[in-house]
Structures are given as C-alpha cells and as structure tokens.
Design a protein around this ligand. Structure first.
Ligand SMILES: Nc1nc2c(ncn2[C@@H]2O[C@H](COP(=O)(O)OP(=O)(O)OP(=O)(O)O)[C@@H](O)[C@H]2O)c(=O)[nH]1
Length: 220
C-alpha cells in the first residue's frame, strides 16, 4: 500500500533498528528538475514507469521486505526550487527529516550533474563540523539515452568516491531492478550509519551545522 502525505504534515519517525521490530527510514530525493526523481519514486512504489509526472512535492510511505525483514520507507520526492533568487537548494527541514539522501542527475544533462555536485558538497561541508557521514547515494538516471550522454560514468563514480557516497547509473524508464538496488543500497548504508552512531550522529545531527552555514536559528 502506498500512502501519500504532504511534507508539512508528516511526522518525523524514530528508527527502531537494532531489534526485531519494523525498521523505518526517511529517504529524501534531491536533484535538479526533470532528472527523474518522481520516475524513480513511482518505479519503486509501483514497479511501473508512467512517463509523465506532475510537479508535486510529496512524501510517500511504502513497506517493503528485505531479507525477510519488514522495512517501512517514507520517501520525500522533492521539487527543485524554481525561484532564481533562491540559493538554498536544500532546506534545514529536509535534512532534519532525512535518514538518507538520493541525489539524482540525468546523464544527458550536465547542469543537473553540477547541481548534484553542489548539493553533495553542501551536505558534506555541513557534516564536517559534526563528523557525521550522512548516507548518500548518487544516481545517474536516463541510462537508456546513451546517444545523448554528456556525463560519463567515470565522472559520476569519481564524484561519489570523493564524497564517500554510493553510486548507481540506472534507467528508471527501462528497469525496476536498478531502482530497487538504489533504495535497498541506501537502506544498507542507513543501517550501517545507525549501527556506528547509535547516539544519533546521522544526517539529522548535521542540521545544526547547516544552521551555522546558513546563519539561521538552531533546530533542536
Ligand atoms: N528516457 C528516459 N526518460 C526518463 C527517465 N526517467 C524519467 N524520465 C523522463 O524525464 C522527465 C522528467 O521526469 P520526472 O520524474 O518528472 O523528473 P523530476 O526530477 O521529478 O522533475 P521535477 O518534478 O521537475 O523535479 C519525464 O518526461 C520522464 O518521463 C529515464 O530513465 N529515461
């Protein structure tokens, strides 16, 4: 079952990882417009590619089974800010909410790769102050459009390597399997990060330094 709720009305969930109960994770999709964030989300939720998706900023809840264990995913399919005045492309609220991030670009849109480069830098820069390594997976989407490729696989892989992120090149249009690997891969990184930090030094804790970067009020 897929449940859709508005971002503002969604509750933050605490993980119950580490015991026999259901594991829950909040996953945030970021990246420039038109790169396939909604296509990835809908593929994961329904196994289908429907071609056209509205401009909706939404959180979806979806339960999946990984290795016999029930995992509850809350997926925030975000919209890239249209306002050219806006320099803040990731909000504190988004980072406070997220347990892990999927940064999407299109392999045939170089500017979308630059957006991912900026966003990963922003997250890592903020994380430095707390030594928090936020689980991030970088995704080069639209792999089916090889003839229009402007970002090589190597560039994507190198960026991911340099920022300690996972990396996948996929086509949300062509296969479900690649999309599944992305979400399950991120879940693995989130579990590792939770095991390492037990006290909650995950992505949420870097919100404080994000606040410092943007000079805004500290979130507790
Ligand atoms: N060829 C191809 N087209 C894709 C793929 N994934 C998405 N698209 C198309 O790319 C366009 C944008 O996809 P969306 O999923 O709406 O992209 P988005 O990043 O959510 O876009 P915004 O809502 O503007 O932020 C649509 O026309 C999709 O059909 C893919 O893997 N291959």
């Amino acid at each position: 079952m897929v449940v859709q709720v508005k971002p503002g009305s969604h509750q933050c969930h605490r993980s119950m990882d580490g015991n026999q109960h259901k594991v829950e994770a909040n996953i945030l999709l970021l990246g420039a417009e038109n790169v396939g964030k909604s296509a990835l989300t809908v593929r994961f939720l329904t196994r289908r590619f429907i071609g056209e998706y509205g401009d909706i900023d939404s959180i979806y809840s979806h339960t999946d089974n990984i290795n016999g264990r029930e995992i509850s995913f809350n997926i925030w399919d975000s919209l890239y800010p249209q306002d050219s005045e806006t320099t803040e492309t990731i909000s504190e609220k988004q980072l406070q909410w997220a347990d892990g991030v999927i940064l999407v670009y299109s392999i045939c849109d170089r500017s979308s790769f630059e957006v991912v480069r900026q966003q990963v830098q922003l997250i890592r820069h903020a994380g430095k102050k707390t030594s928090a390594i936020a689980p991030i997976i970088i995704v080069g989407n639209k792999r089916d459009l090889q003839h229009r490729r402007t970002v090589s696989s190597e560039e994507g892989r190198l960026l991911a390597l340099s920022k300690d992120c996972g990396f996948f090149e996929i086509s949300a249009a062509e296969t479900y399997h690649g999309v599944l690997l992305v979400f399950h891969g991120l879940m693995e990184l989130i579990k590792e990060s939770r095991a390492l930090s037990k006290g909650g030094a995950g992505i949420k804790s870097i919100v404080r330094s994000m606040s410092a970067v943007f000079g805004k009020k500290r979130l507790e």
